[in-house]
Design a protein around this ligand. Structure first.
Ligand code: NAI
Ligand code: MG
Length: 356
């Protein structure tokens, strides 16, 4: 199995190095090949997504991505900015399903802004459709309003749309993910107001017939936002469109209070995927050896589970992470009095050791 390793810029190379160490400890014979992306791609080849990097990502069975977006490249024109690399990879690899777990380890319950009893032990998975919805729908633009009380004035407009096949494929990903967990799925929509999301609800309900072992319920997005803050632990897997998912997944991430702990996956129709921490390139701490590598290590675990068919190895990594947290090891972003402050490499080493 071939894994494309794309460290990126900023803290990307530091955190990826730890994840690679962990993968090398598993005793599997992965072929890992790395290539520059983002600011590193621009520095090496004059483009954030060099051709050879894209080719490597296309040929690999999975992609492990660090982060991109160092401030150094802020003055470049938009098409050369590091962030274009991630958009280009999503588009070229057809990554339409974004899986964002929000897990709050009991040891870190103090990091959340919510009461420990509301969030301690939280373990939910939000699945966001990533390539459709109002973010990509045409037509869009600014025009002269054709009707209504503001007729004749300038107006901005976008188009929300979802094709049946687009909804079906994300629904399949969601039901299958639910089968690997607690067999409960909540589909989030706004069917009471939006035609697109009444259609979404109908299609998800239809796909459900193929997954009778999963319990499905539907929830309006405004209520879902309330419940996420009120009683987040009652969810297991949530699936929703691009825009609602953008907002709900960021809100859910913040329930855990620690951006350095959250992995993510973006999958295509064949479970090939790109795996990356939910955070960015953290230019403020890049090169200091203090970045938390756990989100990236946990992303590698997701890669083993969802793309490489190695669920037991994913469990091993996740258990090793729990073990180092139980040992009291903390990078500065999750440090609390009474625990032991460690740097990026020490944290990576500790996970390697905990793998036994
Ligand atoms: P960020 O996630 O890079 O950083 C936000 C804050 O969290 C910073 O204070 C940072 O030091 C801290 N942080 C992030 N990851 C951490 C880790 N592993 N350990 C400890 N602390 C950590 O978000 P920000 O500052 O908004 O963006 C910085 C750059 O990253 C921007 O250029 C942005 O476009 C890019 N970005 C890239 C993403 C990607 O590569 N997929 C995703 C989000 C942002
Ligand atoms: Mg967002």
């Amino acid at each position: 199995m071939k894994i494309a390793i794309l460290p990126g810029d900023g803290i990307g190379p530091e955190i990826i190095e730890q994840a690679v160490k962990v993968l090398n400890t598993l005793g599997e014979s992965f072929e890992m090949e790395s290539a520059p992306v983002g600011g590193a791609g621009y520095a090496a080849h004059g483009h954030p997504l060099p051709e050879a990097t894209l080719k490597l990502a296309q040929e690999a069975d999975a992609v492990l991505f660090g982060a991109v977006g160092d401030w150094k490249y802020d003055t470049l024109e938009r098409s050369l900015r590091p962030e274009q690399a991630i958009l280009g990879l999503r588009k070229n690899l057809g990554l339409f399903a974004n899986l964002r777990p929000a897990i709050l380890y009991p040891e870190l319950a103090g990091a959340s802004t919510l009461k420990p009893e509301v969030v301690s032990g939280l373990d939910i998975l939000i699945i966001r459709e990533l390539t459709g919805d109002i973010y990509f729908g045409q037509p869009r633009g600014v025009r002269e309003a054709p009707d209504g009380p503001f007729k004749g004035q300038r107006e901005g407009f976008d188009t929300m749309r979802y094709a049946e096949g687009e909804i079906r494929r994300i629904a399949h990903v969601a039901f299958q993910a639910a089968q690997k967990r607690d067999k409960r799925l909540t589909s989030v929509d706004k069917a009471n107001v939006l035609e697109t999301f009444q259609f979404w609800k109908d299609i998800v309900t239809d796909v459900h017939k193929e997954y009778p072992d999963v319990a499905l319920d539907h929830m309006y997005v405004d209520n879902a936002a309330m419940q996420l803050v009120r009683a987040p632990k009652k969810f297991d897997v949530m699936v929703t469109g691009n825009m609602f998912g953008d907002i709900l997944s960021d809100a859910a991430a913040m329930l855990t209070g620690s951006i350095g702990m959250l992995p993510s996956a973006s999958l295509d129709a064949n479970n090939k995927g790109l795996y990356e921490p939910s955070h960015g390139s953290a230019p403020d701490i890049a090169g200091k050896g203090v970045a938390n590598p756990l989100a990236t290590i946990l992303s590698a675990a997701m890669m083993l589970r969802y793309s490489l068919g190695k669920a037991e190895q994913a469990d091993r990594i996740e258990n090793a992470v729990k073990k180092v947290l139980a040992q009291g090891l903390r990078t500065p972003d999750i440090y609390e009095a009474g625990t032991t402050k460690v740097g990026t490499a020490e944290m990576g080493e500790a996970v390697v050791k905990a793998l036994g």
